[in-house]
Ligand binder design. Structure first.
Ligand SMILES: NC(=O)c1ccc[n+]([C@@H]2O[C@H](COP(=O)([O-])OP(=O)(O)OC[C@H]3O[C@@H](n4cnc5c(N)ncnc54)[C@H](OP(=O)(O)O)[C@@H]3O)[C@@H](O)[C@H]2O)c1
Length: 296
């Protein structure tokens, strides 16, 4: 990515510390680049150390911002997330913007190292656990913002509490993905309620259909034919990052919380997402599935 591909910016983010997951590729990468260009200290997270190091060097080179660092973590592994939170807190004493972005679709059934269905484990529990563990630091940094990248793919979904992990039904990768993205939105609504009056906002978003590496992990056909074909009809990663960057930096949304955004505007998510009982049930289940229930 070249410097002239970064979105134009008016707002300086100097002095702000931002953590972005899944920032070695696609939307996360473009988001990190834009925030770095605004002068923020940016910490990127992904699984692959070489890709992290290369991404950091590239962002530093393009933006001339030297305050870019990485932390390696597998966000589908709860112990790896716990280690990440400990390492983060030992190194930084504040976090102004957390962007939960690392997410994938798995067309074939897989499990995390914790034995949880992979889509649920990475896309929802990954967001939930990292946010929960960093919440004290984020609150102490208020005003602060928590942003979760969801998707309009949540629209046809509900949370099937009786069988979230597809243990009693045939696995359906698209269904599992839609459910996990709905969970991102409902988690955000429940989180925003808990954060009322704290100076910390929580919002989720749909980035658009974006040309990235998304879904390319699903075999040779997906990687070499499906993904390149989809990319032809998709917006660029820079454009796909716009709503994330807007929510992270724009003064007009500094106090807006508990919303779902598309194209930098609050929009409605599906009807199921507004069921507060279901949001609370999801919160309790997430505490249980991450081993946090005993502490809560
Ligand atoms: N692309 C779209 O059209 C679209 C539409 C709607 C929503 N979204 C959402 O946007 C977000 C970003 O997607 P993208 O399209 O930018 O995807 P992408 O190009 O595939 O990038 C995914 C990023 O996540 C990281 N990642 C994946 N698994 C990880 C793990 N277990 N631990 C740590 N990092 C991990 C990857 O890094 P490593 O492989 O180096 O670990 C990579 O940096 C996702 O939440 C997705 O659901 C995308």
């Amino acid at each position: 990515m070249e410097r002239d591909q970064i979105m134009p910016h008016e707002m300086s983010m100097k002095g702000q510390t931002c953590l972005i997951t899944g920032a070695t590729n696609g939307i996360g990468h473009a988001t990190a680049l834009a925030l770095a260009d605004k002068g923020a200290t940016v910490i990127i997270v992904s699984r692959n150390e070489a890709k992290c190091a290369q991404t950091v060097e590239s962002i530093k080179g393009i933006t001339c911002n030297q305050a870019i660092e990485y932390m390696v973590a597998d966000l589908s592994s709860q112990s790896s997330i716990r280690q990440l939170a400990v390492r983060y807190k030992s190194k930084y004493d504040k976090l102004d913007v957390l962007i939960n972005n690392a997410g994938m679709i798995f067309l074939n059934h897989q499990e995390t190292v914790d034995g949880i269905e992979m889509t649920w484990g990475l896309n929802h529990l990954g967001y939930f656990l990292l946010t929960y563990l960093l919440l004290d630091t984020i609150k102490a940094s208020a005003p602060a913002r928590i942003i979760s990248v969801a998707s309009s793919a949540h629209q046809p979904s509900s949370i099937l509490f009786e069988d979230i992990e597809y243990k009693h039904r045939r696995y359906n990768g698209l269904g599992a993905y839609a459910q996990s993205k709905l969970a991102n939105i409902m988690f955000t609504y429940a989180l925003a309620r808990r954060l009322e009056g704290s100076g910390v906002t929580a919002n989720s978003l749909h980035p658009g259909a974006v040309a990235t590496g998304f879904a390319a992990n699903n075999g040779v056909l997906a990687k070499n034919i499906g993904r390149p074909l989809m990319n032809v009809f998709s917006i660029s990663a820079t454009k796909g990052a716009m709503t994330s960057v807007y929510l992270a930096s724009a003064p007009e949304v500094a106090t807006v919380t508990g919303k779902y955004f598309d194209k930098q505007k609050p929009v409605s998510s599906n009807q199921f997402s507004y069921d507060e009982d279901a949001q609370e049930k999801l919160w309790d289940l997430s505490l249980q599935m991450t081993g946090l229930a005993v502490l809560a």
